[in-house]
Design a protein around this ligand. Structure first.
Ligand SMILES: NC(=O)c1ccc[n+]([C@@H]2O[C@H](COP(=O)([O-])OP(=O)(O)OC[C@H]3O[C@@H](n4cnc5c(N)ncnc54)[C@H](OP(=O)(O)O)[C@@H]3O)[C@@H](O)[C@H]2O)c1
Length: 435
């Protein structure tokens, strides 16, 4: 028996009819109820609800319906004019295959009208097909490229770049390198952290433990009782601010102009206000880099809607908000900071893998819409920096996965976003991994 969930009710009943017409035993299934079927086809990914909610519903339904020996097939749109209609479920199925090795779980991405994909679905059911895209009757795997290390041609140009998350972390390293290659450009860097003054009586330091101690001693020397959570917040804010200043200085030293916009990209109104003045002053944005992102790692069956929202707000909703503020037709370079987790899956990162797989789908869509632009989704392996702390670094080392150095990653990024081959949209940078 094949059961088709009712996430997108009309498409689900159309698919059941197509399956029955082909002689299969198929029924509609409310995903809230237990099922006996050996194979469940999930249509939640084809529903048109809010993007974060839709991904959460698929994840939740997977957790409810997974069973040893059962096949779960997640359907999604591979392309759509509305970016909110494409999904990142290939990242989810690849992650869940690692978290639940006894469950056979794949994503089938449909190009074109969903109904046109039904005959391919019927055929593929007996063929044991993995994660694929159906284009008419053809099925193909998503094309990802390894990034070439050298540029193909030299080109000099001035751009107004908008860079979410560009003040800190690995995106900052990439942007500094870009500024060195395009010194005539202006860089609008957006992040939530405020720029605050470093206390004049404290020496500069980069290590958070030493800074916490210095702040505690400083508070005590002034007769105050240090409150540890406040000290921690203050230390993080000071380090973030110092890093942003360093980035701004490095860009200016390269000869380019650097402006920091304190803005949360997931706050559509706040972002609009921050960008309006900047665009009025520096002209339309012609280069976009989307680096804002956070992690909220935990196993799929422990995930909460809050965690999924936490990951989706900057990466997914943030990008939609940024695009809504821009004249997209002016974009000549687009770089989205995705992750190898979207391509290979990664235990504990079902939400992060979905969000990044969605970025990859958006890059494919934008590269169609902007034939004169270079659009890249950088599916980074782990870096030596940014969100990879010592614990994560040790975890990757244990798995034999090498970290990308700041220098190598930044060089590959700048090279690819300026001179990369436009048809190579998704690049995997770093080691491949499977589990
Ligand atoms: N490091 C890696 O190994 C690695 C691997 C694969 C992919 N990536 C991707 O690369 C990007 C950068 O990662 P990273 O390692 O540099 O992380 P990071 O050090 O934690 O930096 C994240 C950056 O995003 C900004 N940000 C987060 N939420 C934001 C929001 N709502 N609005 C505006 N800015 C926001 C942060 O600035 P504020 O905190 O000031 O807002 C910060 O600049 C992420 O998208 C990540 O998924 C990183």
């Amino acid at each position: 028996m094949i059961s088709v969930t009712e996430g997108a009710p009309e498409l689900a009943s159309g698919l059941v009819q197509a399956l029955r017409a082909a002689g299969a035993k198929a029924c509609l299934q409310d995903s809230a109820n237990a099922v006996n079927a050996a194979c469940v086809i999930m249509t939640e990914g084809l529903s048109e609800g809010s993007i974060t909610e839709r991904h959460w519903q698929v994840l939740e339904a997977c957790c409810r319906l997974q069973l040893e020996g059962r096949k779960l097939i997640l359907l999604e749109r591979a392309q759509a004019d509305e970016l909110t209609h494409v999904s990142g479920l290939q990242g989810l199925s690849r992650t869940l295959s690692q978290e639940w090795p006894a469950t056979d779980i794949v994503t089938w991405s449909l190009e074109g009208r969903e109904e046109d994909g039904f005959p391919s679905i019927v055929q593929a059911l007996s063929a044991g097909v993995g994660n694929v895209v159906f284009a008419g009757k053809q099925a193909h795997e998503l094309k990802v490229m390894g990034a070439p290390v050298r540029s193909r041609r030299a080109q000099s140009e001035r751009n107004a770049w908008f860079v979410s998350g560009g003040g800190r972390g690995v995106t900052a390293a990439c942007v500094i390198r870009l500024a060195q290659m395009q010194p005539g450009s202006v860089f609008l860097l957006a992040g939530r952290s405020p720029i605050v003054e470093w206390p004049h009586h404290l020496p500069m330091m980069k290590d958070i433990k030493s800074l916490r101690m210095a702040l505690i001693e400083d508070a005590r020397s002034r007769g105050l009782k240090p409150v540890l959570p406040d000290i921690d917040r203050q230390a993080k804010a000071l380090l973030a601010s110092a890093e942003i200043r360093q980035t701004l200085n490095a860009i200016e030293t390269a000869g380019a102009e650097a402006v920091y916009l304190m803005a949360d990209v997931s706050d559509a109104d706040g972002l609009q206000r921050a960008m309006q003045d900047a665009v009025a002053q520096y002209g339309p944005v012609t280069g976009l880099v989307h680096g804002a992102g956070v992690l909220a790692d935990s196993l799929a069956d422990k995930k909460t809607p809050r965690e999924v929202q936490r990951v989706f707000r900057p990466k997914v909703e943030g990008l939609l908000n940024i695009l809504a503020c821009l004249d997209i037709s002016r974009l000549r370079h687009v770089g989205l900071f995705s992750s190898a987790a979207a391509v290979f899956g990664n235990v504990g990162q079902s939400d992060y893998a979905m969000a990044n797989a969605w970025l990859n789908a958006v890059a494919r869509e934008l590269s169609h819409q902007l034939p004169d632009a270079i659009v890249k989704s950088f599916c980074w392996g782990p870096w030596e920096g940014g969100m990879v702390d010592d614990t994560l670094a040790a975890h990757f080392a244990q798995r034999g996965i090498q970290l990308i150095s700041l220098e190598d990653g930044a060089r590959i990024f700048a090279d690819q976003i300026l001179f990369g081959e436009p048809s190579e949209t998704e690049l995997v940078i770093g080691d491949e991994w499977t589990s």
